[in-house]
Write a protein that binds this ligand. Structure first.
Ligand code: MG
Length: 163
């Protein structure tokens, strides 16, 4: 078993949709970025890549590459799953924390978990998503952007043969 950690931040921008965990959340601003700026999925991808020591999402999906302009981060997550598979790893579980003052995340968390579990071909019980505010402090508290942290466990598929 191996563990990885991921962290990402995107700033709010006018005229963008707010996509988190693949869910389009109604809000007056979205997150700025080259892809759909799904900060929760970005943190998760970095945790999964980190667990496998396969670099980070900037390495695999360079910002500025026209192929990834406006792309759904769930598609990129599917590519990360493929990379793990190719390198002999399967997903164990993941835990994501979204740090945002606004909007309320709770109503959207079941759909986010379902989206991510589907792309990773794992049970929804293996995908945890939590949300917190920073009590009005810092850049998330000032509603300048959203941060996300993720940790993930992966397992070497070859070990499963001996269980
Ligand atoms: Mg990002």
């Amino acid at each position: 078993m191996r563990i990885g950690h991921g962290y990402d931040v995107h700033r709010f921008a006018e005229g963008r949709e707010l996509i988190l965990g693949g869910v389009n959340i109604p809000y007056q601003m979205g997150l700025d970025g080259h892809s759909d700026a799904d900060v929760a999925v970005h943190a998760l991808m970095d945790a999964l890549l980190g667990a496998a020591a396969l670099g980070d999402i900037g390495l695999h999906f360079p910002p500025g590459d026209p192929e990834y302009k406006g792309i759904s981060s769930l598609k990129l997550l599917g590519k990360v799953r493929g990379l793990l598979d190719k390198n002999g790893y399967k997903i164990g579980n993941a835990d994501i924390t979204i740090v945002a003052q606004q909007p309320k995340m709770l109503p959207h968390i079941p759909a986010m978990r379902a989206n991510i579990a589907e792309v990773l071909c794992t049970d929804i019980k293996n995908i945890s998503i939590k949300a917190t505010t920073e009590e009005g402090l810092g850049f998330t508290g000032a509603c300048l952007g959203i941060a996300a942290h993720a940790v993930a466990l992966i397992e070497e598929k070859s070990n499963l043969r001996f269980l």
